[in-house]
Write a protein that binds this ligand. Structure first.
Ligand SMILES: O=C(O)CCC(=O)C(=O)O
Length: 283
């Protein structure tokens, strides 16, 4: 029988069903609203630190994602360390795993998707070990803007060029181009809430707009890598020069660089339909 690892190696992604219970997903959805209202602390780009007085729909419709929610929400931090997620990660990456990023996508009906990209373009691990764990908080379908992946596109080990686009199906983040695959190679990844899609940092993926008549397509995406690798990540700032990003969370095993300590580098911020609320902190 093929192991998790075999499928992940072959396709560049795998779907792990029901890793979170309904109760856990409900708690994360309630927390999403609380964070969005400013009830967990300051959120760059939000109305203010005070409780946002809008309706739930108005508040959740003001943005398409919250970056780094784990920095202000103990529940989001707990989700980043979820034991079921950590157990798949240790099968894929080995015993020592660290996380460096969380993104909470809140796609209200009508919101745009994200154009083709590879996450390693943004988060450069030295050992190509980046994994995204995309936790579905709603059933994700083709209609409501679920993920599309080009299976096997990670094999070349190449980072494709990126450019700006004016395709209004997608938000303002750039698109990958010049890759040796066509749209027909892509497959939709339809999952149920509580399922987790694990995808390789080099795999090409995108999402399309939420075309459902109403409702949301929400997902919490956490990014992980082998703790043995340094992380020269400057969060979108080319002049950064950082050799090892230490605003990390250990999720399994031990940290070989624990002697360096950790740092508080990022603060949470909102991603708007056509840009971020923090220029220069694109991802
Ligand atoms: O959930 C989405 O719409 C996009 C997610 C994505 O592209 C990512 O996590 O890299």
């Amino acid at each position: 029988m093929p192991s998790l690892n075999d499928n992940y190696e072959r396709d560049g992604f795998l779907i792990a069903p029901r890793l979170l219970t309904d109760h856990e997903v409900d708690a994360l959805l309630a927390e999403t609203l609380a964070i969005s209202r400013g009830q967990r602390g300051s959120l760059a780009g939000a109305l203010s630190n005070a409780d946002d007085p809008g309706t739930d729909e108005e508040v959740l419709g003001r943005f398409i994602a919250i970056h780094f929610p784990h920095k202000i929400s103990p529940l989001m931090l707990e989700a980043m360390r979820h034991p079921n997620v950590a157990s798949v990660l240790t099968e894929l990456l080995g015993p020592n795993v660290k996380a460096m990023q969380s993104m909470l996508f809140v796609k209200q009906a009508g919101k745009p998707g994200q154009a083709w990209h590879q996450d390693e373009f943004y988060i450069p691990t030295r050992d190509r070990s980046l994994v995204g764990a995309w936790i579905a908080l709603d059933d994700a379908t083709v209609e409501n803007g679920g993920l599309w992946i080009i299976p096997g596109s990670h094999h070349a080990g190449v980072i494709y060029p990126m450019r700006r686009h004016d395709d209004d199906r997608f938000d303002g983040a750039p698109e990958a181009y010049d890759f040796p695959h066509t749209e027909t190679d892509a497959i939709p990844v339809e999952v149920k809430r509580g399922d987790v899609v694990f995808f390789h940092g080099y795999v090409l993926h995108r999402s399309l707009p939420n075309h459902a008549p109403s409702g949301y397509r929400r997902a919490l995406v956490n990014h992980y890598m082998c703790a043995e690798s340094l992380l020269p990540w400057n969060i979108g700032k080319p002049e950064g020069g950082r050799t090892d990003y230490r605003d990390i969370v250990m999720v399994a095993g031990t940290d070989p660089y624990a002697y360096k300590g950790t740092e508080e580098i990022v603060e949470p911020f909102l991603r708007l339909d056509r840009g971020t609320s923090r220029p220069g902190r694109e991802r």
